[in-house]
Design a protein around this ligand. Structure first.
Ligand SMILES: [Ca+2]
Length: 337
């Protein structure tokens, strides 16, 4: 081969080598860029947050609720039938497999004037697997002393709201959905002939229907003893769930556990450093706005290792070593306790 041929081959080989090197560099560069990038923050688990204004009723904190069970009836805090909008994860599931089974879940925490119930409601869902009569749902009941004061013989009655005796939206008997019942404007039957009811109107099926405001008007001093949910007897094969029992400003949310309020943004989680041990360190003077990007500084958003342990993540000068020594902010000091 001639000199020119040899030179041309060397040039071609050089170009091939250069292209290969370029590919190699690109490839390595790609890996390098990926590994040098700051790790993406892990998504936080979507824990339920406490709903403002709700009172959580859990197996460990029943707020005066007490289950009275007859026969094979059951009641359980569970997510099996879900929960209504804004009702969290769970609800109170009630089952009455037999005709003689009965479950009452009442609280005396709502004792007081019946007027308070003129703003009241609850949600109920009938399990589509129920074999009971289609019209049957858990009812809302209020036990009363018809004239308040001393509780004497003849003062007691139970007021009952059942969807099947209502009109409009309150008569919704759709199975498999969460139905809201506005008991504050609903129709109630009375188990005893208190004011406004005829002597033969002691059952809901005898047309003895009154609104709560009518009952209040016709029974001066009428006072609530307890209130809640009833299912049975006579509800064989009914499985349902109830939630968000509301009376006035109180809304009871039935949950297995109550959600925990997260730390307030801008505050260290779960603790404040004692003033004597951290003079000025947490004060505004040493951390003026702009010095530390929001969320970077011990506010519960930064993960472990973000602060001082990450090496090159915080160039010297931005977090001088003497400003945030690790032994002054031990992990367990403002941690998960
Ligand atoms: Ca709930």
């Amino acid at each position: 081969m001639g000199v020119e041929d040899s030179t041309a081959r060397r040039h071609r080989a050089g170009r091939v080598a250069a292209v290969g090197a370029a590919v190699l560099v690109l490839g390595v560069g790609g890996w390098s860029a990926a590994s040098a990038a700051p790790p993406l923050p892990l998504p936080l688990p979507s824990l339920p947050l406490p709903a403002p204004g709700q009172t959580y009723v859990t197996p460990d904190d029943l707020h005066g609720f007490d289950a009275e069970i007859t026969g094979e009836g059951t009641q359980d805090f569970t997510d099996e039938l879900g929960a209504p909008p804004a009702g969290g994860m769970d609800a109170l599931k009630i089952a009455t497999p037999g005709g003689g089974d009965k479950v009452q879940f009442f609280t005396s925490e709502l004792a007081g004037p019946l007027e308070n119930f003129e703003s009241s409601s609850y949600y109920a869902k009938r399990d589509v697997a129920s074999t009971a009569n289609d019209a049957q749902f858990p009812s809302f009941q209020i036990t009363v002393d018809k004239n308040g004061g001393a509780f004497e013989t003849g003062d007691f009655s139970t007021l009952s709201f059942e969807p099947v005796y209502q009109s409009g939206a309150n008569s919704n008997q759709t199975a498999g959905t969460w139905n809201k019942y506005d008991t504050g404007i609903g129709l109630f039957c009375s188990s005893r002939p208190i004011g406004g009811y005829e002597a033969n109107q002691t059952r809901c099926d005898n047309q003895g229907f009154r609104t709560l405001s009518e009952i209040v008007e016709e029974n001066e001093g009428i006072t609530v003893l307890s209130a809640g949910i009833n299912q049975g007897s006579g509800n064989a094969g009914l499985t349902s769930a109830v939630d968000l029992v509301q009376v006035g400003a109180t809304t009871y949310n039935f949950e297995r556990t109550a959600p925990v309020t997260p730390p307030t943004p801008g505050e260290p989680p779960n603790c404040e450093p004692p003033k004597d041990e951290h003079p000025d360190e947490w004060g505004q003077d040493e951390h003026p706005k702009g010095d530390h990007p929001k969320g970077e500084h011990g506010k519960g958003e930064g993960g472990k290792g973000e602060h001082g342990k990450g090496g090159g993540e915080h160039p010297k000068g931005e977090h001088p070593g003497d400003e945030h020594p690790q032994d002054e902010h031990p992990t367990d000091e403002c941690g998960t306790s």
